[in-house]
Design a protein around this ligand. Structure first.
Ligand code: HEC
Length: 301
């Protein structure tokens, strides 16, 4: 091992406490960020959980018609005969102008068919006696605005690059990861951060880039977790984990692996991949179900 730096486990305890305090705080911050993503973007398509549709609706918008049109073809369908619904939709598509509202007889339809429910007394649904409230439902949902994207982009780039600066510095003192993999783990979050922001803008104009938003976000999460776990373990549990624990088994397995035939090596690799996938599946399914149930219970809409 190179001795150009002090390995994490050899730092003085005050420094370890400082590093650990920082890591734990940003770790908790990361969890809140994930919950916020679930609550804002996750709900965009009206269903719980994050999907590609959520990302598309958040950035590109739901362009399959305005709220008024969607409702008239959905839950409000039975409230007016087809011809009258078409008239309202036509008026909506023509720009929902206040002059046409009276001239084309739309006001009459709304008064006859809708205001018995959509009036001042009704709470929670828009009041159609107030033209402004009806007008608000005739705007095309175009997702994130350029202003909100610009704001989000610079806050994210300044803020998150700082988090990865400090996590990266701490992790750079790790000694159980080879120099090559350390470079990858430290550099990757920056590449993913840029890819993440670029993908927001791409998705704003081309919805097919929504998958890139999810991919880049996951990439950042994976590198964060790897650096976080390695740093904490090296500082506080070096001996039990890396010397007596996995580290010990790792050395033994490596020697065994080197001594085996090609066919055996192949079998062992297969077995190991299966083992890893099973492990991940177990942790993910238990952890995610717990989180999901917790959120579902606490956020009844
Ligand atoms: C029987 C009562 C009733 C009538 C009549 C009615 N609505 Fe509604 N409307 C509701 C309720 C309740 C909701 C909220 C639940 C929902 O979105 O389905 C709603 C929701 C809506 C929404 C969505 C509002 C939002 O903020 O998302 C629109 C748009 C709408 N109605 C349009 C109309 C139009 C146009 C008519 C007349 C053709 C009409 N409604 C007639 C009861 C009614």
């Amino acid at each position: 091992m190179s001795s150009k730096y002090t390995a994490l486990k050899d730092h003085d305890t005050p420094i370890k406490v400082l590093f650990t305090g920082y890591l734990i705080t940003v770790g908790i911050g990361y969890m809140f960020a994930l919950i916020q993503i679930l609550l804002t973007h996750g709900m965009a398509d009206g269903k719980f959980g994050l999907s590609v549709d959520d990302i598309v609706y958040s950035y590109y918008g739901n362009r399959s018609g305005t709220v008024l049109e969607q409702k008239l073809n959905g839950s409000m369908k039975d409230n007016a005969p087809d011809q009258e619904r078409f008239d309202i939709i036509q008026w909506d598509r023509d720009g929902a102008d206040i002059d046409d509202y009276k001239a084309n007889g739309i006001e009459k339809i709304i008064q006859e068919r809708c205001v018995m429910c959509h009036n001042k007394a009704a709470s929670g649904i828009p009041n159609f006696n107030d033209f402004a409230q009806l007008k608000a439902l005739t705007a095309q949902d175009e997702g994130a605005t350029l202003a909100s994207l610009t704001r989000g982009s610079h806050i994210h780039m300044f803020g998150i690059s700082f988090i990865f600066m400090f996590v990266g510095i701490i992790f750079s003192f790790a000694e159980t990861t080879s120099v090559k993999y350390k470079c990858i783990a430290i550099g990757m979050p920056y590449a993913f951060l840029i890819a993440d922001i670029v993908s927001w803008w791409l998705t704003k104009f081309f919805p097919m880039f929504a998958w890139l938003v999810i991919f880049a976000g996951m990439g950042m999460g994976v590198s964060f977790m790897f650096m976080w776990v390695t740093s904490i373990l090296e500082m506080w549990l070096y001996k039990p984990v890396f010397v007596d624990g996995i580290g010990f088994h790792y050395q033994r397995l490596k020697a065994e692996f080197a001594a085996s035939s090609h066919e055996e090596k192949f079998k062992k690799l297969l077995w190991f991949s299966k083992y890893l996938i099973n492990l991940m599946e177990k942790y993910l399914s238990v952890g995610l179900t717990l989180l999901k149930n917790f959120l579902k219970k606490n956020i009844k809409k």
